[in-house]
Design a protein around this ligand. Structure first.
Ligand SMILES: [Zn+2]
Length: 304
């Protein structure tokens, strides 16, 4: 009897310890995502009939992005003023009438030059922009025209967003990661937004450069995304190795003009994607790039 009790005294704690270790390992595996491929699979799209559809419209040297999820339509930028007609025509051709939210990433002509034309062509229900302090307020024509266009738009809610804000549009959730703080470099005032639908997410970075990328890393945001809209047209002033590792994308989209004078995208950025085996889509070579999702996988279509 005595030895049986002794055995129990040894075995019971041992069994409990093993159970606790087992639970610990299970929790760690779940938290780290080990054993499961986090990334959505990328396939060619036979059609674009999916609940989430993101068009990276070819607007030359600039950004123009159309996001549709259910009944919600979100537009980010639209390219230079010279491309405004083509961008509006693209949206009309896609049967856009109302825009739930227009995100003006930052006040440069290659992003918001087309904004006044978008506001006059469609009913825009919300504008997301950034607040600038008085001395840092942009003075360029594109920004002033955007403000005039917004004033003329009835019932357009204007939101000055900042890092940490979150929004929901139907089944699409938006998390704002930047700007974290004010910068006199207006590229670093770009609104950086992660859009998530089901298991897939896209990170739209505007022209955010090193300073903003570091601020997002320091803020500890979950930057991971399946698709990265590469910052600043693939310039080497964006996409630091640390930022790239944190996003850990499966696919990258670069919006830039054919033979642009800036040499975008820069070789070192392309090299980083190539070394990591990331699929890169470019509006200068692929034309408008459409990435759709059912919330699980990604389906890509190029216009060229
Ligand atoms: Zn730009």
């Amino acid at each position: 009897m005595k030895s049986k009790k002794k055995l129990q005294r040894i075995l019971l704690p041992l069994a409990l310890t093993l159970i606790l270790i087992g639970i610990g390992v299970a929790v760690w595996l779940a938290a780290s995502g080990a054993g499961k491929n986090r990334h959505a699979e990328i396939k060619d799209a036979a059609n674009t009939n999916f609940p989430l559809r993101v068009d990276f419209v070819d607007v030359g040297q600039g950004d123009g992005i159309l996001i549709r999820c259910g009944n919600e339509t979100i537009v980010i930028d639209g390219g230079e003023r010279d491309y405004a007609g083509a961008f509006v025509a693209y949206l009309r051709n896609e049967k856009v009438s109302d825009i739930s939210c227009y995100i003006a990433s930052h006040p440069h002509n290659d992003h918001i030059g087309a904004a006044p034309a978008v506001f006059s062509a469609f009913n825009v229900h919300m504008l997301m922009t950034t607040a600038f302090s008085e001395l840092n307020t942009p003075t360029n024509v594109s920004y002033e025209e955007l403000l005039t266009a917004v004033e003329a738009e009835r019932d357009c809610e204007v939101l000055f967003v900042k890092a940490g804000d979150t929004f929901t549009f139907g089944e699409l959730s938006l998390q704002i990661f930047a700007p974290v703080s004010e910068s006199t470099n207006h590229n670093d005032m770009s609104i950086v937004v992660k859009a998530t639908y089901g298991d897939v997410s896209f990170l739209f970075t505007g022209d955010a450069e090193f300073e903003s990328e570091q601020a997002m890393l320091d803020a500890g945001f979950d930057l991971r995304a399946d698709v990265l809209k590469v910052g600043h047209h693939g310039s080497s002033s964006s996409t630091t190795p640390a930022f790239f590792r944190a996003v850990d994308p499966a696919a990258a989209v670069i919006s830039c003009g054919k033979d642009n004078v800036y040499g975008h995208p820069h070789r070192e950025v392309l090299q980083m994607f190539e070394n990591a085996g990331i699929s890169v889509y470019r509006t200068d070579r692929d034309g408008t790039v459409t990435i759709c999702s059912d919330g699980v996988d990604l389906f890509v279509r190029r216009s060229y």
